[in-house]
Design a protein around this ligand. Structure first.
Ligand code: GDR
Length: 328
């Protein structure tokens, strides 16, 4: 029997890689798509991976329970991956209520749709290392206390606990993946790795002369999104639902990540990076470092891409993209 998966956030970075992974496993892949006025551009990541015509898209919104009920009823999924969110931390101070409505209450909407229409399905919630915020242990694992530092992180914390609660209250197969930062050439341009890879490519090609950044002393545990979607899938293949940290176990400053990117094309970052307080956040998460021992032991998961390979792949992809756009 062909398995069916339903993905919210299918047009995002993780949704695209997860779709590719599931199609490779023989799944029928359905996705929820929030139609915008920019019709035709929403699925550019799926097109980049060459899978846009292999997935089924359904109009819906995490804020609209009736649309989710209808989609779950129509698709009858075996697995539901809730990846949709207002996911840019910096924006969450400017749009705190929207962030709460989608990133927090949206999870309850999706869980309700599943509980009512497909209680035997398996559920994955995209939780975040941002929930650790002001870290309470040098390495963060499943048992580390949370301390959110942004409206986004507070909303994700709610999403995490409502998932745990639905598991315990209704016996749903609901798991929460506490994923540390994960990047790729498909990353949105507002996130720091992609902002850097895009700027480095432009500077190299003579199209730009500087890169304005905020706090480059912040440290993150960065992995490749392609590796991390495998962990999501593995969680739903377990007999029992549970929560897992997914991380590489290596932390690096934004400064050193930048140095890798500039160095890859033979440039010195010091000549181009300008610190701009406009990119400082009202409250910062200074350092994150994940301990994925549980995922390694129980899921047999391990990352395959280190930071150097990740950043150079991103810079190369941006150089190619910008050259291609210049030819058009
Ligand atoms: P983050 O990712 O907030 O960790 O959340 P982001 O790439 O936005 O920031 C990482 C760190 O870089 C610092 N920084 C800058 N960040 C951005 N975006 N732009 C800048 O110019 C800049 N200069 C310095 C930030 O202050 C921060 O410390 C990501 C998101 O994908 C979340 O949705 C997800 O849950 C977590 O990762 C895990």
């Amino acid at each position: 029997m062909t398995k069916r998966a339903l993905i919210t956030g299918i047009t995002g970075q993780d949704g695209a890689y997860l779709s590719q992974w599931l199609l490779g496993k023989g799944y029928e892949v359905h996705g929820v798509i929030r139609r915008s006025s920019h019709r035709g551009v929403e699925d550019h990541r799926l097109r980049w991976l060459g899978i846009a015509d292999k997935v089924h898209l359904h109009d819906g919104d995490l804020g609209d329970l009736s649309s989710l009920l209808r989609i779950v009823q129509d698709t009858g999924p075996d697995e539901i991956y809730n990846l949709a969110a207002q996911s840019f931390v910096a924006s969450s101070w400017r749009q705190p209520v929207l962030t709460a409505n989608i990133t927090a209450v949206g999870v309850t909407n999706m869980l309700e749709a599943m509980r009512i229409e497909a209680p035997r399905a398996r559920f994955y919630q995209a939780s975040s290392s941002e929930m650790f915020g002001l870290i309470q242990e040098p390495m963060q694992r499943e048992t580390t206390p949370f301390y959110p530092r942004s409206p986004y992180a507070a909303a994700k914390l709610y999403g995490h606990w409502i998932t745990v609660n639905y598991r315990e209250s209704f016996g749903l197969h609901a798991s929460s993946g506490i994923l540390f930062n994960h990047e790729s050439p498909l990353r949105g341009i507002e996130f720091v790795t992609r902002k850097v890879s895009d700027a480095v490519a432009r500077i190299k090609l003579g199209l730009s002369r500087e890169l304005r950044l905020g706090n480059i002393d912040a440290k993150r545990d960065w992995g490749h999104a392609r590796d991390y979607v495998r962990a999501m899938w593995l969680m739903l293949q377990q007999e029992k639902p549970d929560d897992y940290v997914v991380a590489t176990g290596v932390t690096t400053t934004v400064r050193d990540m930048c140095r890798i990117a500039f160095g890859h094309v033979g440039l010195e970052m010091e000549k181009y990076v300008v610190i701009d307080p406009a990119f400082y956040r009202p409250a910062e998460v200074d350092v994150l470092l994940g301990d994925a021992t549980k995922a390694r032991a129980r899921l047999g998961w391990a990352p395959e891409t280190d930071l150097n390979a990740l950043i150079t792949e991103m810079v190369d992809a941006d150089v190619e993209r910008i050259k291609r756009e210049a030819r058009c």
